[in-house]
Design a protein around this ligand. Structure first.
Ligand code: SF4
Length: 345
């Protein structure tokens, strides 16, 4: 059996002879009187060459490609101009239609939108919006103390409770609320990569106030060693020398020993966590309270949400929606007559 190269070489080297044999074979057919009818049908069909379309160029194709390149050059110029503008902004972002709108992550995985982050404080009894604020900051992390303060001022009560989701979790914000006498309920986000790696998280270490030590999952005491500052936070560091010989070490640390840090205000965070542990229903209450007004207002707004542009105008638009929402709520509580009487009084 000849290999492929033998056949290829034969074909390449004997072209004239092969074509001649082909013609001679037709002559043979004629001699055999196979063409006695003397009638033929003519047609053509395209057969592919070894040359792909990408490796073939025509004048029309070159013209098309040049037009595409010119369009891309223009687009690159436009993007370079935008990039220069964008790099001059504080948050390295520009929105062309509404200059104040910002790209924000939403709760859906991998999803996001360009818009505004509307903060609201909703009363748990009648679901009225007591305070709201339109921001173009994507994260809720810095909003807790300001929103709860606004809510407290609006309600006119010194002591208030505030329940929020884990997106609001910020040690500094929680401490600010607690120091201002606002009782907060919110869960701690589980962001530690240790959990994903199957290792003990900080929640597996129990702080013993009386002895100022942490008890680890192996029952060892992690004692205080020193204090330092990190990102503006004063942190106390705890560890034990028992780690090297610990049977649980592979589930705990890859270092010489496992160290635990304690923020100077950690006790406040522990109080908040203990309060939530005693009242787990608070999170359900949060969902039932604060998510309803947002859902209702968004359904009124339709698919595009805000119609106006810029933070100031969007703030006005939102205030109108909140006013309408609260009026409808009060009408359903007091009736139109009751509301009119209250307005007149
Ligand atoms: S490795 Fe150290 S901190 Fe971790 S469980 Fe063992 S003794 Fe405790």
């Amino acid at each position: 059996m000849p290999d492929f190269k033998t056949i290829a070489d034969f074909r390449k080297d004997n072209g004239e002879a092969i074509r001649k044999v082909c013609r001679e074979f037709v002559v043979l057919c004629r001699r055999l009187e196979l063409f006695s009818e003397a009638s033929v049908a003519i047609d053509g069909s395209k057969f592919k060459a070894v040359n792909t379309r990408d490796r073939n160029f025509t004048q029309a194709k070159i013209t098309r490609l040049n037009e595409k390149i010119a369009t891309l050059r223009q687009e690159i110029q436009r993007l370079n101009g935008l990039n220069t503008q964008m790099m001059q902004t504080e948050d390295k972002q520009i929105s062309l239609t509404d200059p104040d709108a910002r790209s924000m992550a939403t709760s859906g995985r991998g999803s996001g939108m360009v818009g505004y982050n509307v903060q609201s404080a909703v009363d748990t009894k009648h679901h009225l919006i007591v305070a709201h604020e339109v921001t173009n900051v994507g994260s809720d992390r810095s909003q807790l103390s300001r929103m709860t303060e606004q809510a407290r001022a609006a309600i006119g009560s010194e002591a208030i409770e505030a329940v929020a989701d884990r997106g609001y979790y910020s040690g500094e914000e929680i401490v600010a609320c607690e120091q201002a006498g606002i009782t907060v309920y919110l869960p701690k986000p589980m962001t530690s990569g240790l959990l994903a790696k199957g290792r003990f998280g900080k929640q597996d270490f129990v702080y013993v106030v009386a002895d100022d030590v942490y008890l680890c999952p192996a029952g060892e005491q992690l004692t205080y060693h020193y204090t330092n500052e990190e990102e503006g936070k004063t942190l106390r560091r705890y560890w034990t020398t028992a780690c090297q010989a610990c049977a649980l070490k592979s589930k705990c640390t890859t270092g010489k020993e496992r160290r635990i840090s304690r923020w100077e205000h950690e006790a406040v965070l522990e109080t908040v966590q203990a309060r939530l542990d005693r009242n787990p229903a608070k999170m359900r209450e949060r969902r039932q309270t604060v998510e309803h007004p947002f859902g209702t207002i968004k359904s009124w707004m339709g698919a595009t949400h805000f119609q106006m542009k810029t933070l100031k105008n969007v703030g006005t638009e939102m205030a109108l929606h909140v006013l309408a929402y609260n009026m409808k709520r009060v009408i359903s509580i007091l009736g139109v007559g009751g509301l009119m009487e209250a307005i007149r009084a």
